[in-house]
Design a protein around this ligand. Structure first.
Ligand code: KIV
Length: 294
């Protein structure tokens, strides 16, 4: 049983729980979900936080980046996920373009994720430059999780999905980003695709929890993408471990269904409903019918 509130106890996880888990040296487990069944699986497995990531664009919507994901996509997915969880903290990503144009737009869009989507917090990408926006959102009553390192919405600036903070100078800049985000009121920060040594140092330097993805074991928690973990889809990033081959199992099941239909083996008696004998007889006597004129 956990000392704080993570690890499978039934207390609702809040942003305060996140901080208490870090203080108690208790690992925070976070997983993405994009729909109610996925959220129910994450919740039943006892994860502490569910992220409706804008990875939705790639995992579910078939795009090759997160950039085309819209606010409406995120609100609908977040509300679906909210119907599947009762304990986990629900964090929703602010999609590309929803917070860059103006702070007023950002507050309105973040408020939609809480009010319409049922999220408890939002996540947005960026370092010190977004700290004033983080402060504005937190002041408006919207908890914010930050996201630094590889920030996929900036893939065109980085020129690919590459390791970040790979030199001492870049590492110092990332530490500065995290300090600024913490000072602005972020309750946690995702560190994506940064060297393990740097992630461990950042985790020591700041009081808010770091949640790593491709950032080594020295973070305060880990986040993974649902489809990567379960083996749905062909591509597995180097930082992911496939804990199952659900995609293969699903394809086999659908192929077995197709074969049964073609062989006349589905539906069988168990999937069939019948008419009583009198109704069958009456129907047979009445056929064939002709179309009645108006
Ligand atoms: O969109 C997402 O799934 C994310 C995680 C990879 C952290 O931002």
């Amino acid at each position: 049983m956990s000392a704080v509130s993570g690890g499978g106890t039934r207390d609702r996880v809040t942003v305060a729980t996140f901080r208490a888990m870090k203080d108690a040296d208790e690992a925070i487990v976070m997983l993405t979900a994009y729909d109610t069944p996925g959220a129910r699986i994450a919740e039943a497995a006892g994860v502490d936080a569910v992220l409706v990531g804008d990875s939705l664009g790639m995992t579910v919507l078939g795009f090759d980046s997160t950039l085309p994901v819209t606010m409406d996509d995120m609100v609908r997915a977040t509300s679906a996920v909210s119907r599947g969880i009762s304990r986990a903290l629900l964090v929703a990503d602010m999609p590309f373009g929803s917070y860059q144009a103006s702070p007023d737009d950002a507050v309105a869009n973040a408020a939609r994720l809480l009010a319409e989507g049922g999220a408890h917090a939002v996540k947005l990408e960026g370092g010190a430059s977004v700290a004033p926006l983080v402060e504005r959102l937190v002041t408006a009553g919207i908890p914010v999780m930050a996201h630094v390192g590889l920030t996929p919405q900036s893939v065109n600036v980085f020129g690919g999905y590459k390791l970040q903070g790979a030199t001492a100078a870049a590492g110092i800049a990332l530490v500065q980003d995290c300090l600024a985000l913490e000072a602005a009121g972020a309750f946690g920060v995702v560190l994506e695709l940064v060297p393990a040594e740097l992630a461990a140092m950042i985790s020591e330097e700041i009081a808010i929890p770091t949640i790593g993805i491709g950032a080594g074991a020295g973070c305060d928690g880990q986040v993974q993408v649902f489809h990567d973990l379960l083996g749905i889809g062909d591509f597995t990033p180097r930082h992911a471990r496939r804990y199952a081959e659900i995609g293969v199992a699903m394809t086999k099941a659908v192929a077995a269904y197709a074969a049964d239909v073609r062989a006349g083996a589905f539906p069988a008696e168990a999937q069939t409903r019948h008419l009583d004998a009198d109704s069958v007889a009456e129907l047979e006597r009445s056929l064939p019918l002709t179309l009645e004129a108006d």
